[in-house]
Design a protein around this ligand. Sequence first.
Ligand code: DAH
Length: 335
Amino acid sequence: MNSKIQNILNEIEKFEADSKEALENFRVKLLSKKGEISLLFEDFKTVSPGLKKEVGQKLNELKNKAQEKINSLKEKFEKTTDSGTPELDLTLPGEELRAGSRHPISIVRKQIISIFSRIGFTLADGPEIEDDWHNFTALNFPEDHPARDMQDTFFISDELALRTHTSSVQVRVMENNKPPMRILAPGRVYRNEAISARSHCFFHQVEGFYIDTNVSFADLKQTLLYFAREFFGEDTKIRLRPSYFPFTEPSAEMDISCNICKGKGCTVCKQSGWVEILGCGMVDPAVLDNCKIDSRKYRGFAFGMGIERIAMLSYRIKDLRLFSENDVRFLNQFK
Ligand code: DAH
């Protein structure tokens, strides 16, 4: 008796039904009136009284096992179609696909490119690992200029460093092309600075320059006014303050009327009504000559701005570090 029970138990465990019919045949074989388990219950009457308790328990277990197995296989068939594939329920809600969002730096870069492309500027880029010539020397930096110091620049070797500004692209483009040229060069730059809310060891710039036979400071001013109005709004004012860069002469820094308080004075503009957004100037003739462009024939203007700076003003972001922390709570706001 015991071995018969064990055999049927093994059979139940191994059994796999490939159709409803096979399952029904299995049920009949074991549990119908003349089925193997039912017959065992008949035989049970002949078991000696001393063993009745033990064998009876086993028999009941066997019957339950058989019933459980049949029920679970039945469920499987009820959930599938005749062809055996799971039924497709078109009324179920779809799986949610979460859309990402663009990084604010990408958004602002695109906006800047779009504004300048409307007045004929095209894109250029250059390497982030740059040599001394393109990052400094060709741009008229004196041999002992502090920017060449280890304190400000990440040097890779005696000759190579991570570029400290996108002005290096000016040199590369001017060396390899003939005027007229109207170029915009966005890219990442690196400086050896302590990371804080106001400074970082890497950030993004957009460089712009225009070289032609008759370019004047008035062209520079008008181009930048156009940009400021397109980006920050029709009523934005600009002002140019004299400044110094080795590669431009004259040089200036440009402020816009504070886009947050509209010039009335607030914490962002430190009550002055103005915020600085870029450096600019007329390309120094020495730079043109360094790039084999005849400085007696050609002139040009150039400007460079930090994308983070523009994005911070545009979105009122107070901490530079947010741009590189990849915190989705920050990034999700730019949908
Ligand atoms: N390269 C400068 C910087 O990183 C920005 C700059 C200033 C670029 C004046 C220019 C320019 O093209 O004319 O601070």
